[in-house]
Design a protein around this ligand. Sequence first.
Ligand SMILES: [Zn+2]
Length: 182
Amino acid sequence: MLAGPLPELLDHRRLANQQGVIEGSFPVKQLERFGEMLVDQAGDVNLKLEFSKGERDRTEVTGHLTAEVRLECQLCLQPVTLMLSSVFSVVVVKNEAELEHLEEEQDGVVHADKLIPVAALVEDELMLAVPMIPRHPDGECPDSDYAVTEDLAADEKDEPATTYRPFAGLADAIDKQNEPES
Ligand SMILES: [Zn+2]
């Protein structure tokens, strides 16, 4: 098993033959298309990839990835740091025609060479892991905080201005009873 920084290129055929498992990380800035979705390209993608040989000698890769990235919150338009994670599996095929013939539930990556960039295996998966509407978690968005404060103020206003004192009249009544009748 390999840990630490991943090589940019992997010999997927050899890894498949050996049922290899690799684990490690690589910088987000190696992913051009994915990088365009982010506020900045800081951070790493952490990966675990398991290789095996599938039908027709194809390389099958089962993977798990996590990446902490900065996206633009769609509520306040400020950067928000989100943890993306994905479990996926892809089949490496030689050309588009082979890709067409994969089972519907199989994801394919077209790559004819035996050396494949790690980026090619995971970039689509990362892009799919990005939420449709990136936003701060509830209560952490500067915009929604403002909304919550407003709601609280409104609630306080609705409270009755006077406090209910059930015995307020009682003392007066007793006093009156004890007053000497003269
Ligand atoms: Zn926000």
